[in-house]
Design a protein around this ligand. Structure first.
Ligand code: NAI
Length: 338
């Protein structure tokens, strides 16, 4: 049986890395029919909207998407398409596995953690207003429903994957109500539904210090929306940067797979972006679809490319001199050799 997967190339480096990911997934003999959909700056000219309804509807129908990054204007302009998409499809859990990669030298060797981020509320509510000239407010929303749901997701994920520990980073010493509710829910779910999994909490500033001192201390990090966003990039820095960290946005009906990185305007159009993060997101997607053979084939191939570390093949962000295309070619060659 083949699966229809919605492919959103996105903005900036998005189309370049999406093309590479598609080539690699097709070459792994995955049973995928691609349905390319517009979203982001490129969608405005043709469809008059950064997130056309038809794009959201197609994902609702087919339930799975692979998405490139989408640019969000800073300090003005339209609301983030990523945030809109997560809200409209109720993709409440972002899952970002962060692991040390073969051949990529960093300060740390044994990083094997997963960031689980609440994806629908917090300060991303977009509820901001100017109370009076020179005074603005942004509302941080926390609901019991969403806090319980993400806590339950994290503990279930831990159990299904044989993980031992869930750690919440919070700031409930300052945001006593909103982060306090998040903590209450995590504690309750742990006590009532997952007492066999270890659970602990750290105030986020201290948590970040522990993360950069010894990331191998951690297993699953559970965070509300903004903290999850920031800590994901911090964690990417522990294992070689944004070019090597994949992600999934999971809801009850749909799943949208995307890299942690953004549209990297500094690299766009130059063919220099690392495609691996989106390819790894594609591997997560294939596993989600039950296409486990194709997923394993791709993972084995890119691990080989990284282990061989031929600088002509890999991109600059991880010490090479290659291009987006040369990286994809290298993965294709290792798959053929297997
Ligand atoms: P960014 O992740 O695009 O770039 C940060 C740095 O990492 C840049 O130096 C960039 O060159 C590098 N980088 C990112 N991806 C890379 C890759 N695949 N290979 C090699 N180097 C890579 O973050 P930035 O600059 O803060 O945001 C740019 C735009 O992306 C903004 O409009 C932001 O809103 C958007 N964004 C979109 C996301 C999404 O669609 N899920 C996620 C994060 C940001």
């Amino acid at each position: 049986m083949s699966h229809t997967v919605c492919l959103i190339p996105g903005d900036g480096i998005g189309p370049e890395v999406a093309k590479a990911a598609r080539r690699v997934i097709d070459a792994a003999n995955a049973h995928i029919d691609w349905l390319e959909l517009p979203a982001g700056a490129g969608a405005v000219d043709e469809y008059g909207d950064v997130l056309p309804d038809t794009t959201v509807q197609a994902i609702e129908i087919h339930r799975v998407a692979l998405k490139g990054p989408i640019t969000t204007p800073i300090g003005k302009g339209f609301r983030s398409v990523n945030v809109q998409l997560r809200k409209r499809l109720n993709l409440y859990a972002a899952v970002r596995p962060v692991r040390s990669m073969p051949g990529i030298k960093t300060r740390y060797e044994n990083v094997e953690l997963v960031v689980i981020r609440e994806n629908t509320e917090g300060l991303y509510s977009g509820l901001e207003n100017e109370i009076t000239t020179g005074v603005v407010q942004s509302l941080k929303i926390a609901t019991r429903t969403a806090c319980e749901r993400i806590s339950r997701f994290a503990f279930q994920y831990a159990r299904e994957r044989g993980r031992r520990r869930v750690t919440v980073f919070h700031k409930a010493n300052i945001m006593k109500l909103s982060d306090g509710l998040f903590l209450d829910c995590a504690r309750e779910v742990h006590e009532n539904e997952a007492p066999d999994i270890q659970y602990d909490e750290l105030i986020i500033d201290n948590g970040c210090m522990h993360l950069v001192r010894d990331p191998s201390e951690f297993d699953i990090l559970l965070l509300e929306n903004l903290y999850g966003d920031m800590v994901s990039d911090l964690c990417a820095g522990l294992v070689g940067g944004l070019g090597v960290v994949p992600g999934a946005n999971i809801g009850n009906g749909c799943a949208v797979f995307e890299a942690v990185h953004g549209s990297a305007p500094d690299l766009a159009g130059k063919g220099l972006a690392n495609p691996l993060a989106l390819i790894m997101s594609g591997v997560m997607m294939l596993n989600h679809l039950g296409e486990t053979d194709a997923a394993a084939r791709i993972k084995t191939a890119y691990d080989r490319v990284l282990r061989d570390a031929d600088p002509r093949e890999i991109t600059r962000d991880i010490g090479g001199q290659g291009t987006t295309a040369s990286f994809a070619d290298a993965i294709l060659r290792r798959m053929e050799l297997a």
